[in-house]
Design a protein around this ligand. Structure first.
Ligand SMILES: [Ca+2]
Ligand SMILES: [Ca+2]
Length: 201
């Protein structure tokens, strides 16, 4: 019984250092794990002629999601920029924070883009070639590592012009290592002390 207690404590410490904690997640599955709330501008309208803007299970040549059954997708949404804004996150209790997401583009030309925005910066996740038409190689994923940031203001700005132009975004994960508060450090030290005393007894 005493040996089992010691093994469980050791196992818990290994697990907490080997696996990053999920800070926020959105897979567009409507699951309880899809914790990172978001809004879109405009609001989703489904199918309007050749235009599509919705949570989708397929989008023409994009035949399925990156993970699960669904993704956020658009087709030929026109010259206006479509915006996805996630709730701001406080990450001051975490270190080694990263954001990972998957994206899929089909039939992009100049003027079509999937951009992500992070704390006021705007970067292109995927854009078409300077001339001609370009697509991603199926789904691709991008990871952004954050340093010296206490909060995250994240979203996407997309634009796709042309009835053959489609895109998808899926599986947005913010993860990091939770830095234990002083109180929980003391609690863990107390727990180890109890184990040590029992072992000597
Ligand atoms: Ca999904
Ligand atoms: Ca286009």
């Amino acid at each position: 019984m005493q040996h089992r207690t010691i093994a469980l404590v050791a196992g818990a410490i290994v697990a907490s250092t080997a696996n990053a904690d999920v800070i926020a997640f959105q897979d567009f599955e409507g699951a309880s794990t899809d914790t990172w709330a978001f809004t879109t501008n405009p609001e989703f309208y489904g199918v309007d002629g050749t235009r599509i803007w919705d949570i989708l299970s397929e989008n023409g040549q994009i035949t399925g999601a990156y993970e699960g059954d669904n993704f956020l997708g658009g087709r030929n949404t026109g010259s206006a920029e479509y915006v996805v804004s996630f709730d701001d996150l406080d990450i001051s209790n975490y270190e080694n924070v990263s954001i990972t997401f998957a994206f899929n583009a089909f039939g992009f030309e100049t003027g079509d883009y999937i951009d992500y925005t992070l704390n006021g910066l705007r970067e292109r996740a995927f854009t078409g070639l300077p001339t001609g038409t370009d697509s991603t190689d199926d789904w691709e994923s991008l990871t952004i590592n954050l340093t010296s940031v206490d909060a995250i203001d994240f979203g996407f700005i997309t634009r796709v012009v042309g009835s053959g132009d489609r895109f998808g975004i899926d599986t947005i994960l913010v993860s990091g290592d939770l830095v234990p508060a002083p109180g929980s450090n003391a609690l863990m030290a107390l727990g180890l002390g109890v184990v040590a005393r029992r072992r000597r007894a």
